[in-house]
Design a protein around this ligand. Structure first.
Ligand code: APR
Length: 232
C-alpha cells in the first residue's frame, strides 16, 4: 500500500466548531499567546493558563469529528495513512484514524512538572492547582508551549520522508518546526493542499483544493480514486 501522509492543523477541526488560531475570530485574537501558552505564563499567571486549557478541554467533550476527519480515516482502506497533526484535540482518533502523531501535545493529557516522563489521561475536563502526580509535583497541560522543544519532530521527519503522497490540510504553515517538515518529502510526490485560503504560492507539484476540510477531503478522495484507476 502507498504511504499517504497527512500534515493537519487547526483548520481541519474548524467545521467541528473548534476555533483556529489565526483566522478572523481565532484564539490568538482573544488571547495573548505569551499569557496563556508559554512557560513564563505558567509561572506568572497559572490560573489563567489552567482556565485557558480547561475551557478548550471542556469544549472538546462537546464536539464531534467532522467529515474531514472521517474521510481521512476512511483513506486507510486504500492507503497506509499516517497523520502528523499540530492539533491537540483527539478528533482524528475519534474519527477512526489509527496512526496519529501529535507534534504539539494532547489536550486530554497532563504531565508532571517534576518528572516529564509521567504523563496521564486527565479524568474529566478540569485540571486544578493542587492536582499532583504520584511523586507530588503539580500537573500541567501536556501541551508544547511557545519557546519549548517539540520532541515529536524527531519521529515526524522519517514519516514525512516515507510519503508517496502528502496531504496538507487546515494549517497556515506559520509555526516551526512543524512547517519545516515539508522539506523532508521527496520533490516528485504529489502534494494536495486543502485550505479555503491560499497558504503557499502555487507550484507544479501542489494540487490546491481551495475549500473547507469536509468538501476538500471528499474531492481529494475522488482525485485519488481517478489517479489509482489511471495507474492500473
Ligand atoms: N477547512 C480547512 N482549513 C481551514 C478551515 C476549514 N473549514 N477554516 C480555516 N482553515 C485554515 C485557515 O485558512 C488557515 O490556513 O486553517 C488554517 C489555520 O491556521 P492557524 O489558525 O494558524 O492554525 P495552525 O496552522 O494549526 O497553527 C499551528 O500554531 O498557535 C500554534 O500550537 C498552535 O498548533 C498550532 C500552531
Amino acid at each position: 500500500m502507498k504511504k499517504l501522509i497527512v500534515l493537519s492543523g487547526a483548520g481541519i477541526s474548524a467545521e467541528s466548531g473548534i476555533r483556529t488560531f489565526r483566522d478572523m475570530g481565532g484564539l490568538w485574537e482573544e488571547y495573548d499567546v505569551t499569557e496563556v501558552a508559554s512557560p513564563m505564563a505558567w509561572e506568572n499567571n497559572r490560573d489563567l493558563v489552567l482556565k485557558f486549557y480547561n475551557e478548550r478541554r471542556k469544549q472538546l467533550y462537546e464536539v464531534e469529528p467532522n467529515c474531514g476527519h472521517m474521510g481521512l480515516a476512511e483513506l486507510e482502506n486504500d492507503y497506509d495513512v499516517e497523520i502528523i497533526t499540530q492539533n491537540v484535540d483527539d478528533l482524528h482518533e475519534r474519527a477512526g484514524s489509527s496512526k496519529v502523531l501529535h507534534l504539539h501535545g494532547e489536550l486530554k493529557k497532563v504531565r508532571s512538572t517534576g518528572d516529564p516522563s509521567l504523563i496521564y489521561e486527565l479524568k474529566g475536563w478540569e485540571l486544578k492547582e493542587g492536582d499532583k502526580c504520584e511523586k507530588g509535583y503539580q500537573l500541567r497541560p501536556h501541551i508544547v508551549w511557545f519557546g519549548e522543544a517539540v520532541p515529536a519532530i524527531e519521529d515526524a521527519i522519517p514519516i514525512m520522508q516515507s510519503a508517496d503522497i502528502l496531504v496538507i490540510i487546515g494549517t497556515s504553515l506559520n509555526v516551526y518546526p512543524a512547517a519545516g517538515l515539508l522539506q523532508y518529502t521527496s520533490r516528485d510526490i504529489p502534494v494536495y493542499l486543502i485550505d479555503p485560503n491560499e497558504v503557499v504560492p502555487p507550484s507544479s507539484n501542489i494540487i490546491s483544493l481551495k475549500m473547507g476540510a469536509g468538501k476538500g477531503v471528499k474531492e481529494l478522495k475522488k482525485l485519488l480514486m481517478e489517479k489509482m484507476n489511471n495507474e492500473q
